[in-house]
Design a protein around this ligand. Sequence first.
Ligand code: CUA
Length: 161
Amino acid sequence: MHMHKLEKIWLTVGVSMLGVFLIVLGVGAFALGAQPPGDHASGHHREVVDPETVDQTAPFNEPGLKKIGDNEYDAYMLAFAFGYGPEKMEIPAGATVHFHMTSKDVVHGFQIPGTNVNMMVVPGEINHLTYKFTKPGEYLVLCNEYCGAAHEMMQTRIIVK
Ligand code: CUA
């Protein structure tokens, strides 16, 4: 079969464009695949959890303090409309506490007025924050993200002694 010169040119152009398109797709997929999940800029890693089953999944099935070192604790907490688990926490004065929090439903807040403790608690994620409780006393914990009708009532207390 004899092809016209013009047909040949167009066929070449078409094949080249297909090639370029495939390369672009491949490079794009590679770039996405090569990027590890998580927030690069802040250096934070993201941990995911299923909000539907989180209250039956360790360690969030038993929220509370777990001693991990010399006056150092992990605090696993659940936020939900409209409260926090555990209901009450007692922390020895001077303790460093690593909070690991997640939400069972919507976005909540975790703020301790008078400290720099302030974070968002997002369903499906485990959010982290570390704080050293040097002064004994009763620390009020408030939700500072609007989460529904009883948002204003959503609070708990941390006792440091
Ligand atoms: Cu929870 Cu506002």
